[in-house]
Design a protein around this ligand. Structure first.
Ligand SMILES: C[S@@+](CC[C@H](N)C(=O)[O-])C[C@H]1O[C@@H](n2cnc3c(N)ncnc32)[C@H](O)[C@@H]1O
Length: 215
């Protein structure tokens, strides 16, 4: 059996009860850099550990190996945040089922809702903020912002590209725009207005609000 489990943005207290129960029964646990080691240590000390590299190729190779193991054992693939948000959960489950391996996706707290809750940036208010668009770098440019035209954009996978997004927003958005940088959410970080950011700390996402509001 393969489980694809969201562990939330970093703080182990944001794991779901279901995630903990599945981890306690795991034979093998696989995870990448954005999953804290302490989650595995605390909830699945019995399991064999497999670390997954950044590159797509590494990820795909590990998944292929995990599918073979999952024919006999409980394999848990941990994903940062929610596994369906830029986490390829459905794609992996389709591969598993095609190979005859049952697969279950377990939702987690996504980093963007955690950023709103913990960093104090409202995503929807039912008045001026009605539409939220989830975008991922580098698939965001002038064309995308203009065609989506949402009240709120959440831009994931910023890495070191904060200045590019700042440039883009300056070029495309009106004067009322608000840009928040949310870094290390639930790990001691918070959301700050772009102009107040002194040190860029990863992981981070950017929330852009009111790009299209009149000034
Ligand atoms: C591959 S995406 C996965 C998103 C994840 N599935 C989710 O639901 O949050 C990884 C990106 O999520 C964002 N992210 C994840 N954890 C974060 C955190 N604790 N604080 C800020 N951003 C975070 C960053 O933009 C990071 O580059």
């Amino acid at each position: 059996m393969l489980y694809i489990v969201g562990v939330g943005p970093g703080d182990k207290e944001l794991l779901t009860l279901k995630a903990v129960k599945i981890l306690q029964r795991a034979d093998v646990v696989a995870y990448g850099d954005l999953v804290p080691e302490e989650v595995v240590e605390e909830f699945a000390p019995q399991a064999e550990r497999v670390k997954i590299g950044h590159r797509h190729k590494d990820h795909d190779e590990v998944v292929a190996r995990l599918l073979e193991v999952a024919r006999e054992k409980n394999v848990v693939l941990l994903k940062n945040g929610d596994p369906t948000v830029f986490g390829r959960a459905h794609q992996i489950c389709r591969m598993a089922r095609a190979a005859g391996v049952p697969c279950e996706i377990v939702p987690g707290v996504s980093s963007f809702t955690a950023a709103s809750a913990l960093g104090g940036v409202e995503l929807t208010d039912g008045v001026a903020l009605r539409h939220v668009a989830l975008l991922s770098y580098p698939h965001v440019d002038e064309e995308v912002l203009k065609s989506v035209r949402a009240d709120v954009y959440v831009i994931f996978m910023m890495g070191d590209r904060l200045s590019q997004v700042a440039e883009l927003v300056k070029k495309v958005c009106g004067k009322a725009v608000e840009v928040y940088v949310c870094s290390r959410i639930s790990l001691g970080g918070t959301c700050l207005p772009l102009e107040k950011v002194e040190k860029v700390e990863k992981p981070l996402l950017v929330i852009v609000r009111k790009c299209w509001s009149p000034p």
